[in-house]
Design a protein around this ligand. Structure first.
Ligand code: SAH
Length: 237
């Protein structure tokens, strides 16, 4: 069933783009197929339906600029890809789900831990958030910062240990941790606003982690719920 749907969508998209005379090679078809894949995986995984604002943001981010040039043709496949320094850019479905669970709204102050390529930060910026992102590996932080600027995204990229968050910019409406931690870092809980939420993969390095949502209510009471088993690179110290 699925391949047939894909073929039909492909034909429809081709006709539309030809009519508009859009430039070739801008990965527009692949990006649209990625959006379709995300919605399909939400259904299969039983994670509801994706927030339209998240999909709209992901439609605007040129993911092929966030992967090494040799892998650009795979940029819109629903899989993680290597970005150097033994790190990976997360698969599109996971980026969508984490952004969705973080309930990001226009004007929110958001912290991302684990900048990597800068892709997740760009999606958050497209959602209208004020984005602060922290990366422990200086070379990745520098290349992500340069890339985001070149693509026109205003994001504050900080080099440092995200386990400690960014005290100077706290508190945050949402925090997304894009590396697996054995436990929820206490500094990050402190840096959440009352009414805020954090999305974080929790589990030991090398094993399956559980994507977890940590919420702080208006009175400062913290609750946790688990969403899905995931596998992220480890949060290092
Ligand atoms: N969000 C990224 C992918 C993250 S991969 C993207 O969109 O491309 C996880 C990243 O977390 C890696 O770049 C890794 O270097 C970084 N990382 C690991 N431990 C960290 C720490 N303690 N503080 C900040 N970044 C860390």
């Amino acid at each position: 069933m699925k391949p047939i749907v894909r073929v039909l969508l492909g034909v429809a998209a081709t006709a539309g783009v030809t009519a508009l005379g859009a430039p070739r090679g801008d990965h527009g078809f692949a990006r649209e197929a990625m959006i379709g894949d995300i919605a399909a995986i939400y259904r299969e995984a039983g994670t509801g339906s994706p927030d339209e604002a998240v999909l709209a943001a992901m439609r605007r981010v040129p993911r092929h600029h966030f992967v090494p040039p040799a892998l650009a043709r795979y940029a819109y496949d629903n899989r993680p890809l290597p970005i150097g320094e033994e790190q990976t850019i997360s698969q599109p479905y996971i980026v969508a789900l984490m952004t969705d669970l973080a309930r990001v709204r226009k004007g929110d102050r958001v912290l991302e831990v684990g900048t990597g390529s800068g892709y997740q930060a760009a999606v958050l910026a497209e959602m209208g958030a004020t984005v602060h992102t922290i990366e422990i590996l200086p070379r990745l932080a520098a290349s992500a910062s340069e890339r985001l600027e070149r693509l026109g995204y205003t994001v504050n990229v900080v080099t440092g240990d995200g386990y400690e968050g960014i005290e100077a910019q706290a508190p945050f409406d949402s925090i997304l941790v894009t590396a697996g931690a054995p436990h929820v870092p206490p500094a990050l809980v402190r840096q959440l606003k009352p009414g805020g939420r954090m999305v974080i993969p929790v589990g030991e390095a090398g094993s399956i982690q559980v994507l977890t949502v940590v919420e702080k209510d208006g009175k400062g009471v913290v609750t946790k719920r688990t969403v899905l088993p995931v596998r992220f690179v480890p949060l290092t110290r």
